[in-house]
Ligand binder design. Sequence first.
Ligand code: PRP
Length: 184
Amino acid sequence: MAVNFAQDVTETVLLDAETIGRRVAELGAEISRDYAGLEPILVGVLRGTIFFLADLIRHISIPITVDFLAISSYSPHSSAGVVRITKDLDENIEGRHVLIVEDIIDTGLTLRYIVRTLEARRPASLNVCVLLDRPALRLVPIPVRYVGFTIPNQFVVGYGLDLWQTYRNLPYIATVKREILDGR
Ligand code: PRP
């Protein structure tokens, strides 16, 4: 059997590929029902969203548009709330139904910034869809319409989520060993 390239850093598989796939399909069906006739624009927030967005939109059975935002925070986990856009949308969202698609919400500071920024552009509606919600770290309340999974306060990697920009390509989501996090 091939050696798992992440075995030195991961502890346990929190969400396997099948579990993720089932939930993403449910979310896609829900979004398809809720946005029928509205031609929403889905805004993926790079980079963690890549797998989630790609899988989600293939389970959406209505016409949609996809666009991307890239943001950078000046401090780890954006705990200071200082966020800036490094790649803006290409589409004009005024009058459009916008659904922001994020991999994870922790403090909520990143999403607060994105929501405020996009609200100023006068969309017809603005909602948030996250794959993972880690509420233990929340600093600001953010209404999230679609949540894939609520997870405990553990550092996770895979399915788009990184550790030092690596391990995004694991097909599952795993917790990271305590000693790895402590040792750096
Ligand atoms: C992650 C995630 C959110 C943010 C959430 O991004 O994608 O953008 O952190 O944290 P918050 O709720 O505490 O603001 P990260 O900086 O890891 O970038 P990435 O998407 O490129 O992995």
